[in-house]
Design a protein around this ligand. Structure first.
Ligand code: NCD
Length: 337
C-alpha cells in the first residue's frame, strides 16, 4: 500500500482485499473484553477536522486508541484556523509536534492531496472526507459490511441512490466497488448526478423500483441540504416519493438484499424511520465496522519502521522499549497488561 490513503482509486484489488481481511482481524479484537493492541504505541495520530463529523471522527479516534497510538483531536472551531491560519501553517505545526499520521476532513475537495504532496509533513495522510470529492474509508467500511452479509462482492449488484452530486461517499464507493468486481448502478434525479458521471465505472438509472428488484444491496445517500445553493427538486415530499426508500419499496428487494446508509440520516426524506430500523438495515453495523476498517488502515499505513529507529541507530536512546511490530493475533494479551 501507498504511504497515504487519499482516494479509493489508490487501492488495487489486492490492497483492498488486504484492508478488508485485516479489518476482519481487527473486528475480532473489538469482541474481546479488552479491546486494545500495542501495535502503534509511541505513534501519534492527529485527527484534523475542518468540517463537522460525528461517526468518522469518533471512529478514527477509537481506532487509533485501540492500537495504543497517542491521539490528538484538532477541530477548526476553537483553533487558530478561526484566526485565519492557513492549511500550510496548521500542517507545519503538526509536523513540528511529530505527527505520524494526519486524518483530515476538509470542506475543500483536494485538501488532503495538498497536505500529502506539498512537502509540509512527513507522516501519512488519510482522507476522512474532502468536500464533495472522496471518502475512501467510508467506502471500505461499506464494502466490508456488505462482504460480511453477501460474501465476495464480485458480480454483486449494488444500487446507490440519491444526492450523488454532493456525495464523496458515492464516488469512493463507485471506485472501490468496481475494483472489487461489483456492478454499481446510480439512481437519482438528473439534477443530482454530477457532470462527467458517464465516465464513472457505473450504470445510471432513473427507475428506482426496477433497480431495487434485482440488487443485492441498496445504499441510500443523505440529501445534503447544506451544500445546496439552488433548488434541485420540487419539494422534500416529491423527492421522498420518487427516490426515498419506504416499506413498499423495501418489499421489492430480493430476500437476501441489505440496506445501507452512511449517516447522518434525514429520516422521512431519503429513508423512512421503519426502513432505517428494519432487520435488513445495516446502518448501525456500518458504524461498528468503521472502527475495524480504520484500525486496519492505520495499522497498514503506520506499522513500518519504528519512529525512534533513527535515534536508536545513532545510539542515542539505549534501552528504549521497541516492540512496535507484534503480530496482530495474540498481541491483545500484551496490550491487556
Ligand atoms: C458522510 C460524509 O460526511 O461524507 N457521512 C459520514 O462520513 N458518515 C455522508 C454525509 O454526510 O451524508
Amino acid at each position: 500500500m501507498d504511504r497515504h490513503l487519499l482516494s479509493a482509486s489508490d487501492l488495487s484489488s489486492d490492497d483492498a482485499a488486504l484492508v478488508l481481511d485485516t479489518a476482519e482481524e481487527m473486528r475480532s479484537v473489538a469482541e474481546r473484553p479488552i479491546k486494545k493492541l500495542p501495535t502503534l504505541r509511541g505513534r501519534t495520530v492527529v485527527n484534523l477536522f475542518f468540517e463537522d463529523s460525528t461517526r468518522t471522527r469518533i471512529s478514527f479516534e477509537v481506532a487509533a486508541k485501540r492500537l495504543s497510538a497517542d491521539t490528538i483531536n484538532f477541530t477548526a472551531k476553537g483553533s487558530s484556523v478561526s484566526k485565519g491560519e492557513s492549511l500550510k501553517d496548521t500542517a507545519l505545526t503538526l509536523q513540528a509536534i511529530g505527527a505520524d499520521a494526519v486524518v483530515v476532513r476538509h470542506h475543500d475537495s483536494g485538501a488532503p492531496h495538498r497536505l500529502a504532496h506539498a512537502g509540509w509533513i512527513d507522516g501519512s495522510v488519510v482522507n476522512a472526507g474532502d468536500g464533495t470529492h472522496e471518502h475512501p474509508t467510508q467506502a471500505l467500511l461499506d464494502a466490508f459490511t456488505m462482504r460480511r452479509h453477501l460474501g465476495d462482492l464480485k458480480g454483486r449488484r449494488i444500487v446507490i441512490v440519491g444526492d450523488v452530486l454532493h456525495s464523496r461517499v458515492a464516488r469512493s464507493n463507485a471506485l472501490l466497488l468496481s475494483t472489487l468486481g461489483a456492478e454499481v448502478t446510480l439512481v437519482g434525479p438528473p439534477t443530482l448526478l454530477p457532470v462527467g458521471v458517464e465516465r464513472w465505472p457505473v450504470e445510471i438509472s432513473y427507475d428506482l423500483d426496477q433497480a431495487l428488484a434485482k440488487c443485492d444491496a441498496v445504499m441510500m445517500l443523505r440529501v445534503q441540504k447544506e451544500r445546496m445553493n439552488a433548488s434541485y427538486f420540487p419539494s422534500a415530499r416529491e423527492y421522498a416519493r420518487r427516490y426515498g426508500l419506504d416499506t413498499r419499496r423495501m418489499a421489492l428487494l430480493p430476500e437476501h438484499a441489505v440496506v445501507l446508509h452512511p449517516g447522518p440520516m434525514n429520516r422521512g426524506m431519503e429513508i423512512t424511520a421503519d426502513v432505517a430500523d428494519a432487520a435488513r438495515s445495516l446502518i448501525v453495523e456500518q458504524v461498528t465496522n468503521g472502527v475495524a476498517i480504520r484500525m486496519a488502515v492505520l495499522y497498514l499505513l503506520l506499522s513500518g519502521a519504528p519512529p525512534d529507529s533513527r535515534l536508536r541507530d545513532g545510539g542515542g536512546l539505549d534501552g528504549v522499549e521497541n516492540d512496535h511490530e507484534p503480530a496482530i493475533a495474540g498481541a491483545a494479551e500484551e496490550g491487556a497488561s
